[in-house]
Write a protein that binds this ligand. Sequence first.
Ligand SMILES: N[C@@H](CCC(=O)N[C@@H](CS)C(=O)NCC(=O)O)C(=O)O
Length: 209
Amino acid sequence: MKFYDCTTAPSPRRVRIFLAEKGISVPTVQVDLRNNEQLTPAFRAINPDATVPSLELDGGTRINDAIGICVYFEAIHPQPPLLGESAEEKALVTSWQREVERNGFYAVMEAFRNWARGLKGRALPGPYDYEQIPALAERGRLRVGHFFEQMDARLAQSEFVAGARYTIADITALVTVDFAASAKLTIPESHAHLRRWHAQVSARPSAKA
Ligand SMILES: N[C@@H](CCC(=O)N[C@@H](CS)C(=O)NCC(=O)O)C(=O)O
């Protein structure tokens, strides 16, 4: 098995935290995104989408999606369950995970990638080049503010994002909040519930992954 990673990138961090929670370690290859190694013919042969993470299984199958990789590890290593156990919990975890991704992760990506100087001409990850659109950076910042509000309201009612226990929805939300901070978007002081949750999940050893 081989895990293609980049320690500075948020998407593979979702998998690293997931693996750390399960106590799994996988041989890892670093892909240098700063120098566009993901766009080289050698890496595109591994993942034509030119993104990390990617997981290569011993039989040669490649899984080129963070959540797809987590689904695989949950199936072969079910404890502790991070995708939910009962039918109801699985449905709620999936719903919250997707909501955090849609309203949070993609909003930060919109804000960050349309603003960062080093990403000129690379406003979206993947094999095609897209120019930055400053108005999208502005819209992304507004959306991140709304995401913080929504999460604060949710975490006023619930210990973790999807319910009473830590799941992949918390992992996506943690990576999103930390990614937002790298674009200078920090949780407002007034959002006490979101701040309480962030301190709690950041204190878990897996958050260092
Ligand atoms: N399908 C992927 C997309 C992952 C993705 O967007 N990865 C980013 C790093 S966070 C990437 O590889 N970017 C390469 C680039 O910016 O060219 C997933 O969610 O796993």
